[in-house]
Design a protein around this ligand. Structure first.
Ligand code: TYM
Length: 335
């Protein structure tokens, strides 16, 4: 069996990008017969961006309810919260002592922060925490602790998976045995990066997201606020570089997408195109939204599910594996 693992940072309300880039492909993958899946809430990662305890808690609940509403079966899939497994953080330190600083210097999120500072004439590292810098190491620990082989993610995370491979390889080499499997990113080529309202990557940090479970009217309002060019009804529209078109494609079959492209060529008005996009998204999301709302009404049940998953995982995998790793690096056996 192949182990599949992925996580979402609990720093906000889940959006369509998370759904299309991670949740939907991960749940589809978990239904295959020969896989063992690990889906988790990256709440330790959330401390890097959102130093707001209330927000982390709320987001943890929302993202957990999202996974469940979208069809995750906690009896068939390992479903847990990162911080419930302290062994992840212990492995984080072992990997920190293996990871090359030069590699971390090249991480996209860190580099973007440095570039922004430099462009603004600030000190290169102004306001950047060591947590942001070390982000990829913690993510590697998430993956390697369960020896996951496939990691379904959006394209923005590919570099992190490559780094996890690098750290795994180094650790295996230094300590002389194949402790870790080398993970691979699993990307849905069709919808590698979903654009947001302004055409840039849909992201909490750009404030251009469409919340996955926005109410129907809110969803409609947001879809109608997607940025388009000023071509008038009747004028042919280009699909290339159109956020509206890419969003449609992420929710439609190949046939529907071809028909939509034809409508663009035929000069559909932006208003009609937006209405069609809204209806397409709503058709897929509406049943999930209903389940989400029911789940959110019972936070205690969600909490119990998460705890159960975390406890079982610790006993079955995390504790014994860490004992092995502690021994390998020369530390005392705690058990
Ligand atoms: P995060 O929380 O930023 O995003 C969660 C998942 O959603 C995908 N995603 C997108 N996909 C397509 N288009 C978009 N606009 C878009 N925005 C987000 C991301 O690629 C990701 O798959 N570091 C990770 C969380 C994490 C993780 C892990 C993932 C922590 N440890 C271990 C996999 C394995 C993150 O911040 O994702």
């Amino acid at each position: 069996t192949t182990r599949v693992l992925t996580g979402i940072t609990t720093s906000g309300t889940p959006h369509l990008g998370n759904y299309v880039g991670a949740v939907r492909p991960a749940i589809a993958a978990s239904r295959a017969t020969d896989v063992e899946s690990f889906y988790f809430l990256a709440d330790l990662h959330s401390l890097i961006k959102a130093q707001d305890p209330g927000r982390t808690q709320r987001s943890t609940l929302e993202i957990a309810a999202t996974w469940l509403a979208c069809g995750l079966d906690p009896d068939k899939v390992w479903f847990y919260r990162q911080s419930d497994i302290p062994e992840i953080n212990e492995l984080n330190w072992f990997l920190t002592c293996i990871a090359g600083k030069g590699i971390l210097n090249r991480a996209h999120a860190y580099k973007a922060a440095v570039d922004k500072n430099t462009a603004e004439g600030e000190d290169a590292d102004a306001g950047i925490t060591a947590g942001l810098f070390m982000y990829p190491v913690l993510m590697a620990a998430d993956i390697l602790i369960f020896n996951a082989k496939q990691v379904p993610v959006g394209r923005d995370q590919v570099q992190h998976i490559e780094m996890a491979r690098d750290f795994a390889q180094r650790f295996n080499h230094v300590y002389g045995r194949e402790f870790f499997v080398l993970p691979e990113a699993l990307i849905d080529e069709q919808v590698a990066t979903l654009p947001g309202l302004d055409g840039r990557k849909m992201s909490k940090s750009y404030d251009n997201t469409i919340p996955l479970f926005a109410k129907r009217e809110e969803l409609r309002r947001l879809v109608f606020s997607i940025l388009t060019d000023s071509r008038a009804p009747g004028e042919p529209k280009t699909t290339e570089g159109s956020a509206l078109f890419q969003l449609y494609q992420a929710f439609a079959s190949a046939g529907e997408t071809a028909a939509f492209a034809q409508a663009f060529a035929d000069g559909i008005s932006w208003g009609d195109a937006k209405q069609q996009l809204f209806e397409r998204i709503d058709a897929e999301i509406a049943p999930l939204r209903e389940r989400y709302e029911a789940l959110m009404a019972d936070p205690a049940a969600i909490e119990a599910t998460l705890r159960r998953g975390g406890e079982r995982l610790r006993e079955q995998f995390a504790k014994p594996f860490l004992a092995e790793l502690r021994h390998a690096v020369g530390l005392r056996d705690l058990s």
